[in-house]
Design a protein around this ligand. Structure first.
Ligand code: HEM
Length: 146
């Protein structure tokens, strides 16, 4: 989840800021690989729970995680179908561009918070929690905002 949402999707957002044809394609590729990582991660978590006979979606972290993952599919579809620089069917549509950009940002930010809630289930060590949260609080706005 961290590799997909924070690593790949985060880098993809920064790449898009650089602008231009090649960077837009690279943005799409990185974000799509991010989504694949996230979906694989979800599958592994789900299977592992089944294997150990545990219930699904029992915490706020899990609920937020499922919603965030479901929402991450939206920007991927809109990006690939409508905005792709080669074959996007409506790539100059400002409404789609705006919606994709802001929905994508909200999804990635929501993953930051979801990850923090997950870590809180694993530890109450303030140093560990800060090690996760502080870099994201500093770098997150730089990656996601203009
Ligand atoms: C899970 C998949 C995706 C996520 C989470 C995502 C997220 C984002 C984010 C956060 C931005 C804003 C970047 C900034 O701060 O300037 C953005 C912009 C953009 N993305 Fe994606 N993206 C995804 C997939 C794609 C794909 C597959 C394409 C197709 C190549 C694409 C094309 C674009 C374009 C053209 C923009 C610029 C929109 C504008 O500012 O006018 N995205 N995306």
């Amino acid at each position: 989840m961290v590799t997909g949402f924070i690593g790949l999707m985060g880098i993809s957002a920064v790449t898009k800021k650089l602008g231009g044809y090649a960077n837009t394609k690279l943005h799409g590729i990185l974000a799509s690989f991010g989504l694949i990582c996230v979906l694989l991660g979800l599958w592994v978590i789900w299977k592992n729970k089944e294997l150990h006979g545990k219930d699904h979606i029992t915490t706020t972290h899990a609920l937020m995680g499922i919603i965030t993952i479901a929402c991450a599919v939206g920007p991927a579809i809109v990006g690939a179908v409508f905005l792709h620089p080669d074959f996007g069917i409506d790539k100059t549509n400002q409404q789609f561009r705006f919606a994709h950009k802001w929905f994508g940002r909200i999804v990635i930010a929501s993953a930051y918070v979801t990850g923090f809630l997950g870590l809180k289930h694993m530890t109450s060590d303030i140093l560990v929690l800060l090690t996760y949260a502080v870099p994201l609080m500093i770098l997150g706005p730089m990656a996601l905002l203009d």
